[in-house]
Design a protein around this ligand. Structure first.
Ligand code: OGA
Ligand code: NI
Length: 361
């Protein structure tokens, strides 16, 4: 409850280490004083100094998917399938989304975070199904440890929403949402094919015409004790595919064969990860990947994740064509995407606990 009252701007009764009358955002905390250590409720682990691996992450040349020869396309479809199966993560290059638009989008997010608390207040403390909300950590009413992260979440499809400030946010995010959506749709066609399904299977079965798309801006201010705090803990995403961009500061890590791999994004690429509903749809063939965001002591990192999911009213279950009663029975039960989303967003973020609820035991 202490967290909740912070978000509502009330004086916290138990979290005395936080400034009263504060929204509790990390940005304000960092800017309000010269911090040399982190408040105790941000201590995630004292063991974050593990070795990370720097293995090469698969790269997908998007242009060959859309305008390659049939031969090139089938090779890329194969590569996509392999990346989804082996990694659940890949970088997409030559996607045609202008670099200027990506940069403008990141800058617009920065300018949103730079608004005063007063200006952001109308979007704070909102329910998970409210179309525009901002805050800190993940869900402060349940987070036991706070994450070193402020966020903005905006629903951009099937209905487009935008905060009124900064004044150009709406124009930029509308363009950016449309362009990333087109990329995601093409990738999902390729992924459908790679599963041996019709090219439009995912589009039709997930009702992507009304697909749920959410823009998530993440701000990770510089942290005085980066080895103790966590930006976002290990988690999987709820949708089908997430397309992420970041400013020039690294921080995303993903789990691959039991090891954490540091992601170094190629210039102008999208970092794409497969999410829970692709795992359900593929009956576990393409598992959603665990990833986390670490923080650093020097610079603010901004990332922008665009999550593409089924329509909210779709009950998602494994594609029947992939099932076989003897060797491949359904491993997940059907659940409406809206219910799943609510479940994931209302609970403590960690590992794949939401997916565990729909797994057939
Ligand atoms: C997310 C996420 C990682 C990052 O927003 O779901 O995993 O690097 N972000 O910000
Ligand atoms: Ni994520």
């Amino acid at each position: 409850m202490a967290g909740n009252s912070l978000i509502l701007g009330e004086t916290p009764s138990s979290a005395s280490s936080l400034p009263p009358k504060s929204m509790g955002c990390v940005k304000e905390l960092v800017e309000s004083s010269t911090l040399t250590s982190i408040p105790s409720h941000y201590i995630f682990s004292t063991n974050l100094d593990q070795q990370v691996s720097t293995e090469e992450i698969p790269v997908i040349d998007f242009s060959l998917l859309t305008s390659g020869t049939p031969d090139q396309r089938s090779k890329i479809v194969q590569q996509l399938g392999k990346a989804c199966q082996d990694w659940g993560f890949f970088m997409v290059i030559n996607h045609g989304v202008p670099e200027s638009l990506r940069e403008e989008m990141l800058k617009a997010c920065q300018r949103f975070f730079d608004l005063t608390e007063e200006e952001k207040r109308e979007y704070m403390g909102k329910h998970v199904l409210d179309p525009i909300r901002c805050g800190t950590s993940f869900n402060v009413s349940v987070d036991k440890v706070f994450f070193w992260r402020d966020y903005l979440k905006v629903f951009v499809h099937p209905e487009f929403h935008s905060p009124g400030k900064p004044s150009d946010f709406s124009e930029i995010s509308s363009k950016y949402s449309k362009r990333t959506r087109e990329v995601a749709m093409e990738l999902l066609k390729g992924i459908s094919e790679s599963l041996g399904l019709e090219e439009n299977y995912i589009d039709t079965a997930m009702k992507l015409e009304k697909g749920f798309q959410i823009l998530v801006g993440n701000l990770y201010p510089p942290c005085p004790e980066p080895k103790l705090a966590m930006g976002l803990p290990p988690h999987s995403d709820h949708g089908l595919l997430t397309l992420l961009i970041e400013n020039d500061i690294c921080g995303l890590q993903l789990q691959h064969k039991g090891k954490w791999v540091q992601v170094k994004s190629l210039p102008n690429s999208f970092l794409v990860n497969t999410a829970d509903h692709l795992e359900i749809l593929s009956n576990g063939k393409y598992k959603s990947v665990l990833h986390r965001a670490i923080v650093n002591g020097k610079a603010s990192r901004i990332s922008l994740a665009m999550a593409h999911g089924p329509s909210l009213d779709t009950v998602v279950s494994p594609a029947p064509k992939l099932l076989n009663s003897e060797i491949n029975p359904p491993a997940y039960t059907g659940m409406k995407y809206r219910d799943y989303l609510e479940l994931q967003q209302l609970n403590v973020l960690g590992e794949k606990t939401s997916l565990d609820r729909v797994r057939v035991q």
